[in-house]
Design a binder for this molecule. Structure first.
Ligand SMILES: CC(C)(COP(=O)(O)OP(=O)(O)OC[C@H]1O[C@@H](n2cnc3c(N)ncnc32)[C@H](O)[C@@H]1OP(=O)(O)O)[C@@H](O)C(=O)NCCC(=O)NCCS
Length: 298
């Protein structure tokens, strides 16, 4: 039954958007099946560990609905069925991640109070040339740069928290510093941009393989992808070409054979990042619909 629905869902996804991967079996969770609907939903609850990087972009108590819709088009019955299962917890969210181009789903999601807080956006174009920006130098960061990188990462978080899904938790600087330190120690690329000897921005990213059973195969087609984790430009240096120059360097490393492309997350309510990422060749693939707290679902 589920296998047939997943096959039909994959066929529908392939019609919608050539970059979508095939639908895969959701993780174990509470199954909901509304009366009279062929669709099935799996509700997966995750309680985050305090102090982990995820707590900076997610509520502590997340319930994600994984719809298995086949080729049916109405999410409303599944959302109604999910509603009574949600607990009343302050730091909680209810999340549905669905193909951005499936506009049939948007009406039901909006009607139940969910908002499109993030998108996963992808680009498959090859890297272009790395343009020189006079007075700006970009280099790989090292552990000596940790204080400046942490400050730059916090500037991005502080901005994103106002216009999207990020959480400015009291221990955020320590979490950012620890995550950056781990990336540097394991050799993941982190780039730093300097003007007149002063740090004006940074970028982080790495390769990820979408292979059977991996997290990435639920989001992008099989193959090697670049993942851009963070781009931040100091407030007083924005709009002067720093972000573009950093991404030229990031793309030169993350795109090209054997990479299929690159992907990242941004917040549609952010007034600067959607236009910036569109100019960089990224377009929405998945939309993360969310409501906080979870019990606010209508
Ligand atoms: C988004 C961000 C990284 C962009 O970096 P930036 O250095 O300001 O951008 P650039 O100066 O390199 O501009 C790149 C392009 O965006 C355009 N742009 C930048 N700021 C703009 C603005 N305020 N209005 C209109 N266009 C703008 C530039 O004209 C340029 O277009 P082009 O490629 O056609 O020439 C930066 O604004 C930032 O750090 N914002 C806060 C944190 C954030 O939102 N990070 C991204 C999270 S996903």
């Amino acid at each position: 039954m589920t296998a047939a629905l997943l096959r039909a869902q994959s066929a529908w996804f392939a019609c919608l958007d050539p970059l979508l991967p095939s639908a895969v079996e959701p993780p174990a969770g509470e199954v909901v099946q509304p009366d009279g609907s062929p669709a099935v939903g799996v509700l997966v609850r995750t309680l985050l560990e305090p102090g982990t990087p995820q707590t900076l972009w997610s509520a502590m108590d997340v319930t994600e609905l994984h719809p298995i819709m086949g080729d049916t088009d109405d999410l409303d019955p599944l959302l109604r069925a999910a509603r009574p299962t949600l607990r009343d917890a302050a730091d909680s969210s209810f999340v549905v991640i669905w193909p951005s181009r499936d506009i049939r789903a948007a009406r039901a999601l909006l009607a139940h109070g969910l908002v499109p807080l993030s998108v996963l956006a992808a680009r498959t174009a090859h890297a272009g040339p790395v343009a020189e920006v006079p007075g700006l130098s970009i280099r790989r960061a090292g552990t000596a740069d940790l204080p400046a990188l942490t400050e730059s990462a916090m500037a991005e978080l502080t901005y994103s928290h106002q216009v999207g899904g990020a959480f400015l938790r009291p221990n955020a600087p320590a979490i950012k510093r620890a995550a950056l330190s781990t990336h540097l120690l394991q050799g993941d690329p982190v780039w730093i941009a300097e003007r007149d000897g002063r740090v004006v921005g940074h970028a982080e990213g790495w390769h990820t393989d979408s292979v059977p059973g991996s997290w990435a195969e639920t989001r992008v087609r099989h193959g090697r992808w670049g993942y851009v984790n963070c781009l931040s430009v100091r407030a007083d240096a924005r709009g002067t070409g720093v972000g573009r120059a950093l991404m030229d360097v990031v793309h030169a490393e993350l795109l090209g054979e054997p990479s299929v492309g690159a992907f990242l997350y941004y917040n549609p309510p952010n007034p600067v990042s959607p236009a910036f990422w569109s100019r960089q060749g990224y377009r929405p693939l998945w939309t993360v619909w969310e409501i906080r707290p979870a019990s606010a679902l209508r």
